[in-house]
Design a protein around this ligand. Structure first.
Ligand code: TMP
Length: 210
């Protein structure tokens, strides 16, 4: 398949959406046709599923229900937006993807990485990003940023122990995919992080002659 699929991962409050927009601008300046998306979300149906998942009223949600809803939202996103964009040769930049499910549902919720891989392989047809930027931030600092931004959703409202497991989980996933995932420190100035990401992508593109 042509096109380039880039994802961003990290703890809540790590500043992914800011970096998604900065990278999109960088890529557009280079002449690429860029599509930015978020997971869960990014299509009308997926945004509806997102609201169900994050609604604080749904505190009774079973962990497996949660995992399946993330996978359903992602299935729609892949088939409606990501695959068509990649087939058309576009650069797709996605705020989170399957790695988040491996970490949040597989590790932090304890459902197991293999189970989550299987569900998601069915949902996405095995699609993986070409390159993933993991923005690492101390979980306490991330939640502090989130509280300043407004009301917390169902996932953000989880206990500190859950957010610590997420943080640890991302380190585990990095070890599983060392060739694909690039780790960056999210407490550095926004401009410096953006420059590091732009440098990585430019190198990646040059090496592959894209
Ligand atoms: P966002 O606010 O970064 O868009 O993500 C929404 C929340 O959902 C965030 O707390 C991370 C969580 N999440 C999962 O638990 N599993 C997933 O597969 C994804 C994509 C997000």
């Amino acid at each position: 398949m042509s096109g380039l699929f880039i994802s961003f991962e990290g703890n809540d409050g790590a500043g992914k959406s800011t970096q998604v927009e900065k990278l999109a601008l960088h890529m557009r300046k280079k002449g690429f046709n860029v599509c930015t998306l978020r997971d869960p979300g990014g299509t009308e149906i997926s945004e509806k599923i997102r609201r169900i998942i994050l609604d604080n009223a749904n505190y009774k949600m079973n962990h497996m229900t949660e995992a399946l809803l993330y996978a359903s939202s992602r299935c729609q996103l892949v088939h409606e937006k990501i695959m068509p964009a990649l087939r058309a040769g576009q650069v797709v930049i996605c705020d989170r993807f399957v790695d988040s499910s491996l970490v949040y549902q597989g590790i932090a919720r304890g459902l197991g990485i293999e189970t989550i891989k299987q569900i998601n392989s069915f949902a996405t047809g095995g699609l993986e990003p070409d390159i993933t930027f993991f923005l690492h931030l101390d979980p306490a600092a991330g939640m502090k940023r989130k509280r300043v931004q407004g009301e917390l959703d169902r996932m953000e409202n989880e206990k500190n122990s859950f957010h610590n497991k997420v943080n640890q989980g991302f380190e585990e996933i990095m070890e599983l995919y060392p060739m694909r995932i690039v780790r960056l420190e999210a407490n550095e100035p926004v401009g410096r992080i953006a420059a590091q990401i732009a440098y990585c992508i430019d190198t990646y593109i040059n090496e592959r002659g894209l």
